[in-house]
Design a protein around this ligand. Structure first.
Ligand code: SF4
Ligand code: SF4
Length: 327
């Protein structure tokens, strides 16, 4: 069996749907994009994989398709968690395990390198670039998650194209964005995009809070609007995840089920996204959008227990949203 076949087998074992090997030469298009627009949120992502790891000359690009959750299972008393982030967390650990197995073959292998996964997928021919800046895969639409491994394993390159085509099949994604974040040229102004803020990882301005709806993390509007996704079936979210999204428990850290819900969310979405303060701030923003006066008592309790300036501002805003709706 060749090393490429072994890698394919590993990718399959860890649940990936597509796997290609590309060269680790610099991503000049990414560099140009980054200079032109701030669409890449993390400035520590390098366009040159060798600057990240000198000893790696290939990139194994892995793609996992997922089915979006049927939102109707999330009631108005639930925060909404998008399946993308659950798939992302799974992919992170799968890629980590794959890298460990490759290291066991005595080659360097680095999972989740700080390079642009999307540009790796374009080079791997896994799809075109959407107007929404999402990868559009022919089979799975944009319901995909990408992971990468940098390695020096003796692999043949299976694809290496420079695909800069931008999908302009329609305007649905651009029109769906409430924040006007899409610039109409394949770039997203991250300062106008909900994902830049949620789950409350930085100060969330009032106009963004209103755009959040019930979504705990990110925003699904441009993905849902894309006709390439119409054929992908929605599925019921796992019951324990749904249970963990119940607002009255998440808003009360003294509730007997709080710890269980917190840990379940961590298991599904990862420890980076689920931190106590981020969680409660996000839950309060969602409460404001429910406009349900039954939450006033909970907000009152939260006010007396916290002194974080931003959280207190969100509580005050949520109370006002509820009271305004009650008039
Ligand atoms: S994720 Fe939401 S806010 Fe961000 S660009 Fe897409 S539609 Fe706009
Ligand atoms: S919504 Fe339309 S323009 Fe946007 S990525 Fe999908 S097909 Fe392309």
């Amino acid at each position: 069996m060749t090393k490429n076949q072994e890698i394919l087998q590993l990718a399959e074992k860890y649940g990936f749907d597509e796997c290609e090997v590309i060269s680790a030469e610099p991503f000049l298009q990414y560099k140009k994009d980054f200079e032109k627009s701030s669409y890449a949120e993390d400035s520590d992502i390098t366009y040159d994989p060798k600057a990240y790891k000198k000893d790696a000359d290939k990139i194994v690009v892995l793609l996992k398709a997922y089915n979006p959750y049927d939102e109707s299972y999330f009631t108005s008393d639930h925060i909404y968690v998008d399946a993308y982030y659950v798939a992302g967390n799974e992919c992170y650990f799968s890629a980590k395990n794959m890298a460990e197995e490759i290291s066991g073959w005595r080659y360097a292998a680095y999972a989740s390198p700080r390079i642009s996964f999307r540009h790796c997928a374009y080079r791997a021919g896994m799809g075109k670039r959407g107007m929404s800046a999402l990868l559009i895969n022919e089979k799975y639409g944009s319901y995909v998650h990408i992971q990468c491994l940098l390695t020096n394993a003796p692999l043949d390159i299976t694809k290496n194209i420079e695909n800069t085509e931008i999908c302009d099949d329609c305007e649905s994604c651009t029109l769906s964005c409430k924040g006007g974040a899409m610039q109409g040229n394949g770039f997203v102004d991250i300062n106008k995009c909900v994902r830049h803020y949620m789950p409350a990882k930085r100060y969330v301005p009032e106009h963004i809070r209103k755009m959040v709806g019930s979504s705990f993390i990110g925003c699904t509007d441009c993905r849902v609007a894309c006709p390439h996704n119409l054929k992908i079936a929605k599925v019921k979210p796992p019951q324990d995840l749904l249970d963990a999204c119940y607002i009255p428990v998440l808003a009360d850290s003294e509730h007997e089920n709080y710890k269980k819900s917190f840990n379940t969310l961590r298991n599904y979405i990862g420890t980076n996204e689920i931190k106590k303060m981020k969680l409660i701030k996000s839950v309060v923003i969602v409460i404001g959008n429910t406009k349900d006066k039954k939450y006033l008592k909970i907000l009152d309790k939260l006010k007396s227990r916290n002194d974080d300036k931003d959280l207190l501002e969100y509580i005050h805003w949520a109370e006002n949203e509820i009271l305004k709706a009650a008039i």
